[in-house]
Design a protein around this ligand. Structure first.
Ligand SMILES: C[S@@+](CC[C@H](N)C(=O)[O-])C[C@H]1O[C@@H](n2cnc3c(N)ncnc32)[C@H](O)[C@@H]1O
Length: 183
């Protein structure tokens, strides 16, 4: 009976992917809630953060969402999130910026009816992501405004890459734009 119980618990465990996981704070928060979290970023966080994520059952994968090799058992996931993808001012994404391929990357990783949530610093980024989602035939909710603390719990707002040093100041009260998508 206990074996069957364990099996069912494993089957029911939600799997999340964080794209652009930065210092892993948001990933660790979800992992501590019992969710298996796969955190992706081309710039590695510090070793202690990786250990903390692994201790909670998650993993860190160094790379981009477009190229990273997912573990075989996690090919299709329940939820993909990205907190503060690079801004797309005027709706023009820089080729090579991960925001450019974020929706397509998420759609590839999600299982049917899986959801994605992207929390953006500017409304143009949110509109850009909604347009990409519609092009791919994904269902979208209207963009909503919120605060960083509410929409992106645990996130510190800054990545570990040097590019993050140019980011505007960030606090849990910073206004953000939330994009919710369903496959
Ligand atoms: C603005 S930071 C946000 C970090 C973290 N989510 C947070 O809220 O603190 C964006 C992150 O995206 C990462 N990044 C850059 N290019 C990426 C790519 N192609 N795929 C995944 N992550 C990428 C950066 O290294 C950085 O950690």
């Amino acid at each position: 009976m206990a074996v069957q119980g364990n099996y069912m618990a494993q089957q029911a465990r939600l799997v999340y992917v964080e794209i652009g996981a930065g210092d892993l704070k948001a990933s660790i928060r979800f992992a501590n809630q019992g969710i298996r979290v796969i955190a992706i970023d081309p710039f590695p966080p510090n070793a202690l953060a990786i250990q903390e994520l692994e201790a909670a059952g998650g993993i860190f994968l160094r790379g981009t969402a477009s190229t990273v090799k997912m573990p075989a058992e996690d090919r299709e996931v329940d939820h993909v999130f990205s907190y503060f993808p690079w801004d797309v001012p005027g709706g023009v994404a820089v080729m090579g910026s991960y925001t450019f391929t974020l929706v397509a990357d998420a759609a590839r990783l999600l299982k049917a009816n899986g959801t994605a949530r992207f929390v953006c610093r500017i409304s143009d980024t949110a509109e850009f992501l909604i347009e990409r989602a519609r092009e791919l035939g994904l269902r979208t909710d209207p963009v909503r405004t919120s605060t960083a603390g509410e929409a992106a719990p645990g996130a510190s707002g800054f990545g570990t890459s040097l590019a993050a040093l140019d980011m505007p100041p960030f606090s849990p009260l910073t206004e953000v734009w939330e994009v919710n998508i369903r496959k």
